[in-house]
Design a protein around this ligand. Structure first.
Ligand code: GTP
Ligand code: MG
Length: 255
């Protein structure tokens, strides 16, 4: 077929293929979720329904993108780790981030009703997406540790902040000034001595976030017996220490 004289404009499209042999992470993050969570009356400091909806949307991404070997989510964000050697979309950065982000957002809306049965979203939620490369196994572990440490720091702060307000009767300004300059030990102490709350027994999903991985799970066959089937499972475990990685060596191994 003859090419039009306009064809040359294709050359303006920059090649954005990710470096070979590097971990590709696509992270999505809710835009203005401070407002979105207030507008939709998310429970404070954590709304289990909203976090479960995030986990459902992330599961849709992993169902579609088989080269995502692990995903980690907390608050209004989710990180998707592609296998180091993935050839998805020829490793094109924008293709990866836009497809993941678009599917995540549409799944968030698609499944909204299962988690918030009595309401519709008041306006279309927006997530941003970015692709980041990590060359070494230590780098990708440190990236995931960074996100989980962020979850821990924010959740301990938010739990103490909202306990001071909801159970202690403080105003937000008073709670903020009480927590100014406190270390994590101080917050644990406030929770325990003033409210009898042992932070370490708070639900693990809130303290650690959610890890999605594929595991072989035995499923029942119609004629009896079982068959192993790969399924996406949610785990709320520590991914900063070595234990998770020592028991899941396949995740960091190039196949
Ligand atoms: P941008 O990401 O820069 O657009 O801003 P943002 O408003 O989304 O803030 P950010 O991503 O830094 O933080 C996420 C915000 O979402 C938190 O500060 C909370 O206000 C809100 N949020 C996330 N999860 C929950 C939840 O379970 N309950 C409540 N009440 N709020 C939540
Ligand atoms: Mg956000």
């Amino acid at each position: 077929m003859a090419k039009s004289k306009f064809e040359y404009v294709r050359l303006f499209e920059a090649d954005d293929r990710c470096l070979p042999n590097t971990w590709i992470v696509v992270r999505v993050d809710g835009k203005g979720f401070h407002k979105f969570s207030t507008e939709h009356e998310y429970e404070k400091p954590n709304d289990i329904k909203a976090l479960s909806l995030m986990n459902r949307a992330a599961t849709s991404v992993m169902e579609e993108f088989k080269d995502v070997c692990l995903a980690y989510g907390q608050s209004d964000e989710y990180s998707f780790v592609f296998r180091k050697e993935t050839q998805a979309y020829s490793r094109r950065s924008a293709k990866l981030s836009t497809n993941v982000c678009s599917l995540f957002t549409s799944a968030f809306v698609y499944y909204w009703n299962e988690y918030f049965p009595t309401s519709k979203p008041h306006y279309p939620p927006v997530f941003d997406g970015r692709t980041v490369l990590y060359p070494s196994n230590q780098n990708i572990r440190d990236y995931l540790s960074w996100r989980q440490a962020d979850c821990h720091i924010n959740n301990l702060y938010n739990t103490t902040f909202w306990t001071l307000i909801l159970k202690g009767g403080l105003t937000p300004a008073e709670a903020e000034s009480k927590l100014k300059g406190t270390l994590s030990g101080d917050k644990n102490e406030i929770l325990f001595s003033q409210f009898g709350i042992n932070y370490n027994t708070e639900p693990e999903m809130l303290r650690k976030g959610t890890v999605l991985v594929r595991r072989k799970i035995p499923v029942a066959l119609p004629n009896g017996g079982t068959r192993e089937k790969s399924q996406i499972v949610q785990e709320h475990v520590d991914i900063i220490g070595d234990e998770f990685w020592n028991t899941n060596t396949h995740l960091l191994t190039v196949t």
